[in-house]
Write a protein that binds this ligand. Sequence first.
Ligand code: C5P
Length: 224
Amino acid sequence: MPKIIIAIDGYSSCGKSSTAKSLAAQLGYGYIDTGAMYRAVSLYFHQHYVSRTNPHEVEKALADIHISFQFNPEKRLNETYLNGLCVEEEIRKMYISQMVSEVSAVVEVRRAMVALQQRMGKHKGIVMDGRDIGTVVFPQAELKVFMTADPLIRAQRRQAELLEKGDLVDLNEVLENLTKRDHIDMNRSEGPLRQAEDARVLDNSYLTFDEQVALIKGWADEKI
Ligand code: C5P
């Protein structure tokens, strides 16, 4: 059976990652969370006081950053590693969410991550989620999905997710963060968040998780 590339892009906290993960498991495909990569870069910048406005510091930092994913059989999920250390928990925290879009807008950061993502997906058989996968990373992807949902519903879901991890955050703070990230992501010069012309749009405001996965699985089956 021919393997394809499935690109899932969309706004912040639309459930792209969990949908992509479940779809990948059903298809026996690999899953790559590109947001985790930008989060790991942001963590490194934070830990090493890298100024994102200083191209020399950015280039030097990027040369020192090694990002990979390793499967954790106990948790049955892929975890993000930064220079050999598991950073999966740390990169999901609010302070990283508050800086990640500014770091992601840095041209050198985008070019390095896009090149790495293209290497990771070159053998196909992957589901990759992010903001620019269908437009920049894999414009030739066989299936492109653009996910969206009502901002308040997204904020409520994200708040519940953070709470589950013991991170108690005010709903307005979450909503503000989503809106701000979307704004920066849509307005940057390099790889802005936008819907690819040939993407199928999925608004999951009023869909259950299983319904949305089934919908995309149906679209994927048509292409495989
Ligand atoms: O997907 P997630 O919300 O974890 O992504 C965190 C941030 O990383 C986004 O708000 C966006 O600024 C950035 N990002 C990006 N391009 C991608 C994936 C994520 O700019 N392909």
